[in-house]
Write a protein that binds this ligand. Structure first.
Ligand code: AMP
Length: 240
């Protein structure tokens, strides 16, 4: 019998993406997780959905341990972060394309994959993008992280840090840029295995619904393998 279950939620209003969420939990936590995701879907500032799908799926492969990224807070807006992000192996073309995608009026519900050198988008998933799932925290790592980072506590940062840790552990990923699509939340981040998780303030004006995620890839990445890892491989973030 499976020990772990992937729980995923997707909510929309007349095809517009409202909210999504994912968790990797043990069987006894399925009911509370489904309830929490359902509540999230129906209390999002982007609107009240007319459709909400929640999927529960047994995970049949063992969890892979990945390092939890270190978090830093840079009180700088995105433009001031250009140099820092380019130092992480992201070309001008890739950075410019990513920012344009994150600011586009059509919202993504997943992430776009962009070649870190050429700046070309390499997935063909348009607004759907790649949705990362099947990640969880090692409980003692999460407790230690909470003790150390009282100021950052909350589901939003914990979930984003977990997602970023999985993405950074993927072979062929150079880094990630994220801007929340929540009109009331303007802090985003850049993350990579090399630089850790760096919060970026004032990434967009308050009230703006644009947002999304971009994963920058190495030129020789195997698209199929990286997407499979991000969507299907179950991982547990631990401190190393
Ligand atoms: P959020 O961090 O929930 O505000 O999401 C911001 C944007 O990131 C969304 O509009 C999606 O495009 C993208 N996103 C959210 N969750 C995921 C995920 N699990 N995998 C990939 N992209 C995601």
């Amino acid at each position: 019998m499976a020990n772990w279950f992937s729980v995923r939620m997707r909510a929309s209003l007349q095809q517009k993406h409202i909210s999504g969420g994912e968790a990797l939990v043990v069987k006894s936590a399925i009911a509370e997780t489904v309830s929490a995701l359902q509540q999230r879907a129906f209390s999002h500032s982007r609107g009240v959905p007319d459709t909400c799908h929640i999927t529960v799926e047994a995970v049949t492969t063992p969890l892979v341990d990945v390092p939890l990224l270190a978090i830093t807070d840079q009180a700088q807006p995105l433009q001031a972060m250009n140099t820092f992000i380019r130092q992480q192996g992201i070309s001008d073309a890739a950075f410019t394309h990513a920012v344009a995608l994150l600011r586009a009026p059509e919202q993504m519900r997943g992430a776009a994959l962009i070649d870190a050198v050429t700046g070309e988008r390499i997935d063909a998933l348009d607004c759907r993008g790649v949705r990362v799932s099947r990640m969880t925290y090692d409980p003692s790592t999460l407790q230690a992280w909470r003790n150390k980072h009282a100021a950052y506590q909350g589901a939003r940062i914990e979930e984003a840090l977990l997602l970023a840790s999985k993405v950074a552990s993927a072979s062929g990923i150079v880094g990630e840029l994220c801007m929340s699509d929540d009109p009331e939340y303007t802090t985003g981040y850049f993350a990579s295995a090399q630089s850790g998780y760096t919060r970026i303030h004032q990434m967009k004006p308050l009230g703006s619904e644009c947002g999304g995620r971009v994963f920058f890839t190495q030129p020789d990445v195997s698209l199929q393998e990286v997407i499979h890892y991000l969507q299907r491989t179950p991982v547990r973030a631990t401190s190393v």
